[in-house]
Ligand binder design. Structure first.
Ligand code: ADP
Ligand code: MG
Length: 335
């Protein structure tokens, strides 16, 4: 590894750590490259492990998100990766880097949010580590979960002919971020609140993940954290397939549409490239569409078919009557 990090992409860097030398131990069912690692320790259940980090100035601005919201969001984004395996979360380990400026009240409020999030999601906080940092607050959570062996859903199971589904709106979180960064943007309060909530208080789709897994409906599954097209790209790369997405079918809220138009932007760009939506993206057999949409409704969710999986590689997007190959894919920490 020579030269500047800018010459590598985020996934190029991850690749440095995922090079496999020799055979994997038998207890590794799935290693680096999915939303969670899957460990086979014997028995009917698999252990799921995921780790996500939030850093001040990169993932959040401490004057735009309350410490309580930060606590809740930290656990929510990790639980979203458990949902993306079809699992249920169990235990969290909290790595906390606090600056000399962090106040005791801030830490208490963060703790309240984190523990409330844990309670809501059925997670026990069982450990962690606490250190001082020079300038920026950092939160790293390792979350363990479980799922029955035959219910694990990977990114790699997509098949040509599958329909592609989204478990909820995409673009709200990006629109909410836009509002945070442009406080002068005028928007009716109901839209403003909905978008800020999507960005600051995401809710992982654990029940949808369990529904899809327990009924074996999803062939492939991921949560949308880096942007729809980037995360779809991960499903396609892992599965050795391509995909077509119809922009006209993307679930984009009125609030996001309103925020985009008042910013002179196209809401479809929020939806395709935005990230941090934490909704599930999955592929399934076309004949299961009704069961999937009914099951979603029973959970209070509208599940939307947005396109299909193709045998030929590459993702193409139908936009204003033309098929285009998306030029930029989503968020990369090193670009
Ligand atoms: P997600 O968005 O679902 O959390 P990421 O895109 O962050 O997934 O990571 C992709 C894969 O790379 C995951 O399996 C993750 O565990 C792994 N990964 C990311 N960073 C590292 C690292 N520094 N060392 C080892 N594995 C990593
Ligand atoms: Mg994920």
């Amino acid at each position: 590894l020579t030269g500047s990090l800018q010459q590598l992409t985020e996934f190029g860097i991850i690749g440095l750590f995922s090079q496999q030398v020799g055979a994997r131990p038998a207890w590794v069912s799935t290693g680096i490259g999915d939303d969670c690692a899957v460990l086979d320790l014997g028995g009917e259940k698999r252990l799921l492990v995921t780790c996500d980090m939030l850093v001040e100035g990169v993932h959040f601005l401490s004057d735009r998100i309350s410490p309580r919201q930060l606590g809740q969001k930290s656990i929510a984004v990790n639980a979203s990766d458990i949902a993306a395996m079809g699992g249920e979360p169990l235990a969290a380990f909290l790595g906390l880097g606090l600056t000399p400026q962090t106040s005791a009240e801030y830490v208490r409020a963060f703790r309240d949010g984190l523990l409330e999030g844990c309670r809501e999601l059925g997670v026990e906080l069982l450990g962690g580590d606490t250190v001082a940092t020079r300038t920026d607050l950092a939160v790293s959570i390792t979350l363990l979960g479980q799922v029955r062996a035959e219910e694990v859903v990977l990114r790699s199971g997509a098949r040509p002919g599958d329909l592609l589904f989204l478990g909820g709106n995409v673009g709200d979180s990006a629109a909410g971020l836009r509002l945070l960064l442009h406080p002068d943007l005028i928007l009716p309060p109901e839209h403003r609140e909905a978008l800020l909530r999507a960005h600051l208080e995401p809710r992982p789709q654990l029940r949808l993940g369990r529904f899809l897994a327990s009924h074996r409906l999803a062939h492939s599954l991921i949560d949308v954290s880096d942007g729809l097209l980037q995360d779809l790209g991960h499903i396609c790369a892992s599965s050795g397939v391509g995909a077509r997405v119809d922009c006209a079918r993307l679930p984009i809220s009125v609030s996001a549409t309103e925020a985009a138009s008042r910013s002179g932007l196209d809401p479809r760009d929020f939806a395709l490239y935005g990230g941090e939506d934490y909704v599930l993206l999955f592929s399934a057999a076309p004949q299961d569409e009704d069961q999937i949409r009914d099951g979603g409704r029973a959970l209070g969710l509208e599940v939307h078919p947005i396109g299909e999986i193709t045998a030929e590689a590459g993702v193409s997007v139908l936009r204003d009557g033309r098929w285009v190959s998306p030029e930029r894919e989503g968020y990369d920490h090193f670009r």
